[in-house]
Design a protein around this ligand. Structure first.
Ligand code: PGA
Length: 238
């Protein structure tokens, strides 16, 4: 919940002007109320994501946005299960699985976010927590549907705190996640699944994080609000 419409438009224009020659895929996730105003500005280099959607396609759910509505606007991606949605809006894995289904039914790629709290890492339960979030949110999907999902590991203690997971911590968890995917869907699926890291990713640490073999890119929060920082992070990923 950042930036006025005018600032968001300026940010997209600045990004658009700097992305020629960048090889990595860039998806921006503005607030839902700005999606319609930004869609034309995104052009060839940038795709759009919503930050959330409801699990029903339409009906009496005042204030909500559905996958059907996003699809009708041409939005190709949607975050599901960001830690702030889980924490402040009580979105649990079972509900998130329904949102994933709603998006897939409309041909929108879910970007499924998950990650452990600080106390869960301190008590060495981080692998167990992440496994449960992935199993309950995603592993009901058939192969063809799972292949449309992007995974985003975001340790909650690193989001917006300035405290980043070390590249070793990120790689260890990402390898664990890829192994879970391999056991459920096979090696080919594990190899082509995109697993992003999120949590205080910034120009000074992006290159090292993205250099890890199982870290395929980043989910950038605060640092994406400044075009120059975001562009530097994008260029760290090729
Ligand atoms: P951050 O946020 O990069 O500011 O830590 C990440 C996120 O909101 O997913």
């Amino acid at each position: 919940m950042n930036l006025s419409l005018q600032s968001a438009q300026q940010l997209v224009a600045d990004l658009q002007a700097s992305l020629d020659g960048a090889h990595c895929k860039v998806i921006i996730a503005p607030p839902a109320c700005y999606l319609g105003s930004l869609i034309d500005a995104c052009g060839e280099h940038i795709s759009l994501a919503a930050q959330n959607c409801h699990d029903k396609q339409e009906g009496a759910y005042t204030g909500e946005v559905s996958a059907m509505m996003l699809e009708s606007m041409g939005v190709a991606y949607c975050l599901v299960g960001h830690s702030e949605r889980r924490e402040y809006f009580c979105e649990g894995n079972a509900w998130l699985a329904e949102k994933i289904n709603a998006l897939i039914a409309k041909g929108i790629h879910p970007i499924y976010c998950f990650g452990e709290q600080l106390d869960e890492r301190k008590s060495n339960r981080h692998f167990e927590v992440v496994e449960q979030q992935i199993r309950e949110g995603l592993f009901h999907l058939a192969d063809a549907d799972f292949s449309n999902v992007i995974l985003a590991y975001e340790p909650v203690w690193a989001i917006g705190t300035g405290e980043t997971a070390t590249s070793e911590q990120a790689q260890e968890m990402h390898a664990f996640i890829r192994n879970l995917v391999q056991k459920q869907y096979g090696q080919a699926m594990a190899d082509r699944t995109t697993i992003l890291y999120g949590g205080s990713c910034k120009p000074s640490n992006a290159e090292e994080l993205f250099a890890q073999p199982d870290v395929d890119g980043g989910l950038i929060g605060g640092a994406a609000l400044q075009a120059s920082d975001f562009i530097q992070i994008i260029r760290s990923n090729g």
